[in-house]
Design a protein around this ligand. Structure first.
Ligand SMILES: O=C(O)CCC(=O)C(=O)O
Ligand SMILES: [Fe+2]
Length: 355
């Protein structure tokens, strides 16, 4: 157990390994090299494409490229800043509740439902907006706690590296599907306002062996691509892939499988916007977070998530490409991404977001 007086809460050097025990069945994910993707390696791009069509989740090996190294090393520093943010008094954190149909700011423990009967979740989040971090202070749209402001250069660099990595993956998927890269890039321009953010998450240590509580309820991510860094087990994916965004409970039979954290790799998954753009060719995998297994459960669990999302005013509708079956939304204008993401968040029973 970590001792308060000698260590901070986020202490990845102390974490035991994910338990090697059939009690904790884990999912096998492809490991894709970011360096090879950047080099245009054909076999690697094909493996990535197949994995994103299949389960929608991969390990992305980060070392050896500028963006990969920024994410790999930056995530530890971001998590330390996250710890300082969560250490603020609750009343201070609650001053940063989301507003304006945006998800930026603080989500307190219990603000969303973990199931259909309304059991509260047990994780807290702090969502730091990409657009505010990459502009000068005077151009930011919201106030941020001083601990966030102190780390703004770190967050800006982390956002740029994560966004660029997301765009690289989008280019690969576009090429495979016969969609002009620009069709997707224009919906994800770095400087244009979007729901993109770095999410800090903190889940409490496990209280009982049975671990009934749910830190982050079953969901699919709303955006296009998610780049996730975590150090302790707790993330689980539903064994069967589904292409339907929707309710809290999985909609196809299956079981929860653990996703083991992998040192040196991010966990990258696609979100519902990627499903919508491709009429279900790509998969947005259903997942949730419960307390870490075995000995790992003695530590509070941190994760650092970057969400790449379509820009606020881009229309969510199926794109045209030889790999995409024509959709019945051809004649619709399409809903704007900001409104759609807000509706998705409200669908999870969020009680903390103001209009
Ligand atoms: O904490 C994790 O490992 C996953 C978090 C997650 O799924 C999310 O914030 O959307
Ligand atoms: Fe997620």
């Amino acid at each position: 157990m970590p001792h308060k007086e000698e260590s901070t809460e986020f202490t990845p050097d102390q974490y035991p390994l994910f338990p090697d025990d059939p009690q904790f069945p884990s999912v096998k994910l492809e490991t894709i090299s970011l360096k090879k993707l950047e080099e245009g390696d054909e076999a690697e791009t094909e493996r990535a494409f197949q994995a994103f069509k299949g389960r929608g989740f991969v390990y992305l090996e980060l070392a050896g490229t500028d963006n990969g190294d920024t994410i790999l090393h930056g995530a530890d520093d971001v998590a330390k800043a996250a710890e300082q943010t969560f250490a603020l008094p609750l009343e201070e954190k609650l001053k940063y509740k989301p507003s304006n149909k945006e998800l930026f700011g603080y989500k307190n423990v219990g603000a969303t439902n973990a199931d259909k009967v309304g059991t509260p979740d047990t994780a807290e989040f702090f969502n730091v907006s990409k657009n505010d971090m990459i502009v000068e202070d005077g151009k930011m749209r919201r106030p941020w706690p001083s601990v966030v402001m102190e780390h703004k250069p770190l967050f800006a660099k982390y956002c740029r590296a994560s966004h660029a990595t997301g765009l690289l993956i989008m280019d690969i998927l576009a090429d495979k599907l016969g969609v002009p890269r620009e069709e997707i890039r224009q919906r994800h321009v770095l400087e244009d306002h979007a729901g993109d953010h770095i999410r800090f998450t903190r889940g409490p240590p496990r209280k009982t062996v049975e671990m009934p509580e749910i830190q982050t309820p079953s969901h699919t991510d709303f955006g296009t691509i998610t780049i996730l860094m975590n150090w302790l087990g707790g993330l689980q994916v539903w064994s069967e892939s589904s292409r339907k965004a929707g309710p809290l409970e999985p909609d196809v039979p299956g079981e929860w499988l653990w996703v083991k954290p992998k040192r040196g790799s991010a966990i990258v998954n696609l979100g519902d916007a990627a499903v919508k753009f491709t009429n279900g060719v790509l998969c947005s995998g259903r997942h949730r977070v419960i307390p870490s297994p075995g000995e790992q459960g003695k530590w509070p669990r941190y994760s650092i998530v970057y969400f790449v999302r379509p820009t606020d005013h881009s229309k969510l509708k199926t794109l045209k490409g030889h790999g995409i079956p024509p959709a019945d939304d051809q004649d619709e204008e399409g809903i704007e991404a900001k409104e759609w993401i807000y509706q998705q968040a409200m669908g999870l029973g969020s009680k903390h977001i103001d209009k």
